[in-house]
Each structure stands twice: as structure tokens, then as C-alpha cells.
Design a protein around this ligand. Sequence first.
Ligand SMILES: Cc1cc2nc3c(=O)[nH]c(=O)nc-3n(C[C@H](O)[C@H](O)[C@H](O)COP(=O)(O)O)c2cc1C
Length: 201
Amino acid sequence: MKRLLSSVIILGLLALAPGCNSKTRGNRGIPALGAAESDNPIAVIMNHYAARTFTNGAVTQTELDQILAAGAQAPSASNRQPWHFTVVQNQNLTNQMIPNINDGNILIIISAFDGQNNGQVILDCALATQSIYLAAQALGLGSRIYTGPINTINQRFKTDLGLPSGYSAVTLVRVGRLPPGIDAVSAASSRKPLDSIVTYK
Ligand SMILES: Cc1cc2nc3c(=O)[nH]c(=O)nc-3n(C[C@H](O)[C@H](O)[C@H](O)COP(=O)(O)O)c2cc1C
């Protein structure tokens, strides 16, 4: 039942995916998807971008619940689900990790137990990170993944953050409201063209 609910949430998020135009994809070096692009269920995957500018304003608990549910639904090796999500809303703390952060921005820290199979665990956490990042954007929020502050977090903030014993932070996702009129077409960096990274045999 829980799994079914999570699937419904994910499908709901995909249904909320914002529409876009073919210029977006041309700009990013990937082919257009064709007609009815806004109805395309992978639109949110094709049109994400790492927000550079946020505006002040709260992320609601309803939004947060959906974003966290999307993260929890990520696949993991042997379904171990090794992650823990720490939602940092206290601005005194968020500011120490990302200076001059906007009011209302939250940081979701993805951490995992420092155990064996570390390569797999990091990959699992990366997948949860991506789901959180995309879910926020599917809801019309801005999001950006960070690893820059991770060493500092692990060296100085584990106790303040209440990370579970034996866990270390792997990534964090910043989530917040976007200023009006953000142009996703020019906001996103370009990507390598498919023919330079794909081989068919
Ligand atoms: C694993 C990972 C770590 C990242 N760490 C940082 C970071 O520490 N600081 C930062 O400003 N952006 C960080 N980013 C964001 C990337 O720079 C951004 O996703 C990439 O440049 C693509 O930008 P675009 O989405 O605008 O095309 C990170 C992204 C990933 C996937």
C-alpha cells in the first residue's frame, strides 16, 4: 500500500511537469521530443536545471512531504535504502553551509552510514538526491545539488544537524522559491551532443 502510494505521488509529480519548447532542448544539445511536449511524461527530466537564483519565501510542508517521498522512493542496491534525509530549515544553520542563502530556502542533506559497499551506497544516495532535485522542480520550485559544503558539514556540523550516529553527509539539495520570469531555456547549461556520448553496436 505504501509502495502504491509512493508510485501515485511520483506519477503525480511527473504529471505536474512544466511544459517547455524545442529551443530548450536545442540549447542543451539534445533532440526535441516532438508534439505535445508538455504532456510528455519525461519532460521534467529533460528540462531540469540547477537554480542559480532563488527568492525569499517558504517551501510548504505539503511540497516538502512530496519531495521527501520522491527521495524515499529512489531505487537502491538490494533495496537497502541506506539514506537518511535531514531537512534544515533553521536559517542560522543554512547560512553557515551556503552563505547569504535566501529566507525560506531549505537544505535537504542526504547522509548514509559509513559502512561497507561504500561505492554502492554513494550511488544509492545519488539516486535519492536526483529524485529530490527533480521532484522539487516538478512542483515548480528551484533546486540545486551541492557537494561543495559536504566536507565542512561532516567536519563541523554533524552534531548540530543531529545526523544519525555513524552517518556522514553525501550530498545536499537546496530547495526554494524561484523569482518570477526565470527563463529555463537560457538558465540551463548546454549538454554534450548525444552523438558524442552514445555508441550503438
Ligand atoms: C554531484 C553534484 C555536485 C554539485 N556540487 C555543486 C556545488 O558544490 N556548488 C554548486 O554551485 N553547484 C553544484 N552542482 C550543480 C552543478 O554545477 C550543475 O548541476 C551543473 O553545472 C549543470 O547545471 P545546469 O543544470 O544549469 O545545466 C553540483 C551538481 C552535482 C550533480
